[in-house]
Design a protein around this ligand. Structure first.
Ligand SMILES: Cc1cc2nc3c(=O)[nH]c(=O)nc-3n(C[C@H](O)[C@H](O)[C@H](O)COP(=O)(O)OP(=O)(O)OC[C@H]3O[C@@H](n4cnc5c(N)ncnc54)[C@H](O)[C@@H]3O)c2cc1C
Length: 428
């Protein structure tokens, strides 16, 4: 029987290197206020070190320029990278580029891989996944962006928003309806649109909770985009017409595992701050660590994080065994459980720091603002809960009398054991 929670010693050495590198070389960058060019100059040698370790763009198979680690090992790596918002980029794993490279690896033509995926993996270009519309988010069957074949081109018209990274991207992967006569799940397709194609209008980066003021960001914000008669060659279609949702599912599966493990990295950082404060702060006759309500926060956070970690690594393992589409329940579970744990642990860490936790003198307030989005992006929690509940409930039948109804069971047991019961009565 295989049931093993250990990490191979060789891989553990890589993880140890990553932990130290993120702590000593990347986290210090957080406190600098630098422009993109300076940031690029500072991070270039760090990226080289990551490449020398063979850890660059670990998310793809080796034949496609990645590390070929599989989801469990990737999960453990993302837990470390999640501690700091700059770490994924320095490891060639920045969303949405990592997910888009995975998408092109799965569905892209050899030409698309050559032109877009390999440069993406080398970190030479940036990308964006443009699906959500002001009128179509959690329910993608409401998508209204249309792509119509006209000669050898697709012509795209539509209105998107929350297209992360669009304003820094070289190309956009646009989800559009190519066949309105069938269900959106069969009639939607993904099309690569170079960002400088005429008709692409990046209207604005939308101000959001974790970036209330836009502009000057090192990474792209969440853009609103108008597509007006945008014409691209039909060869820019990813996969076949109507493949959009099948590919999206495969793209989002690994992405959710990486998100969930990065959330754990963030949670762990907040938890360490919580515990450090608990043993340091003296008030009302003792340090906080001696107060049961604070101990409750420590114990609850530790258990919740451990549960999230096991759920996520199990989802990663399931995906490595049976693929993304057969791991939908496991992947959906970690989405809402992980997002809630992230939120709650950071919230408790803020609480034990009091006014200091609420202030910009600690990273907690920024972490808290970013964490709130986790319950919404990649599908809101409610939709994932509904997926899990629906699939679980499929295994149950409606019954007029509950299976566990004691009087009914008693009658059945009397019938089953009648011979013994009669003998027992006769012996009285
Ligand atoms: C930070 C951030 C980054 C993002 N990046 C991208 C990106 O790069 N590309 C992209 O295409 N999109 C992106 N999105 C959009 C994201 O995928 C959508 O926000 C998400 O799918 C939800 O859609 P919506 O915002 O339109 O919410 P709606 O569909 O309007 O849903 C609103 C709320 O209704 C409730 N709800 C919805 N459906 C159900 C249901 N079935 N049962 C019960 N309750 C329900 C939930 O509470 C939900 O939060 C991003 C969003 C955020 C916040």
């Amino acid at each position: 029987m295989a049931w093993d929670f250990s990490t191979e010693p060789e891989f553990e050495t890589k993880l140890a290197w990553m932990r130290q590198f993120v702590r000593d070389e990347i986290i210090p960058l957080e406190t600098l206020d630098v422009d993109r060019e300076t940031y690029t100059r500072i991070t270039a040698p760090l990226k080289e070190q990551v490449k020398e370790q063979g850890l660059w763009a670990a998310h793809l198979p080796p034949e496609l320029g990645g590390g070929g680690f599989g989801q469990v090992k990737l999960g453990l790596m993302h837990e470390i990278l999640g501690q700091c918002r700059y770490a994924p980029g320095i490891f060639g794993n920045q969303a949405p580029d990592s997910g888009n490279a995975e998408l092109l690896a799965i569905g892209g033509s050899p030409e698309q891989k050559e032109r877009w995926m390999f440069p993406l993996l080398r970190g030479e270009i940036r990308s964006c996944f443009s699906m959500t519309e002001p009128g179509a988010g959690a329910d993608p069957t409401l998508l209204s962006t249309r792509a119509v074949l006209d000669g050898d081109d697709y012509v795209i018209n539509g209105h998107k928003w929350f297209s992360s990274n669009a304003s820094h991207a070289d190309f956009l992967i646009v989800m559009a309806v190519t066949d309105p006569d069938v269900s959106a799940y069969q009639g939607s397709s993904m099309i690569i649109v170079p960002v400088d194609t005429p008709g692409v209008d990046i209207v604005r980066d939308i101000p959001v909770l974790d970036h209330p003021t836009v502009g000057g960001q090192l990474y792209g914000g969440h853009a609103e985009i108008l597509y007006t008669d945008v014409r691209v060659p039909k060869e820019n279609l990813v996969g076949n017409p109507g493949d959009g949702f099948r590919l999206a599912q495969q793209r989002l599966g690994p992405g959710r595992i990486h998100h969930a493990m990065r959330w754990l990295g963030q949670s762990r950082r907040a938890f360490d701050m919580l515990c450090e404060r608990a043993v340091s702060r003296y008030t009302h006759g003792s340090v906080l660590a001696d107060k049961q309500m604070i101990q409750d926060m420590v114990a609850l956070s530790a258990a919740e994080m451990q549960a999230a970690r096991l759920l996520t690594l199990h989802a990663a393992w399931t995906m490595d065994q049976v693929g993304a589409s057969n791991s939908r329940v496991e992947i959906a579970m970690i989405k809402y459980w992980g997002a809630k744990v992230l939120h709650d642990v950071i919230d408790r860490a803020i609480q034990v720091h009091g006014s200091l936790g609420f202030s910009g003198d600690l990273p907690l307030e920024e972490m808290y603002r970013a964490a709130r989005a986790a319950r919404i992006y990649d599908g809101p929690d409610e939709v994932h809960k509904a997926t899990v509940a629906r699939r679980i409930l499929r295994g149950y039948e409606a019954r007029e009398v509950p299976t566990e109804h004691v009087p009914t069971r008693t009658a059945a047991a009397h019938e089953k054991f009648a011979g013994y019961l009669e003998a027992a009565t006769a012996n009285l």
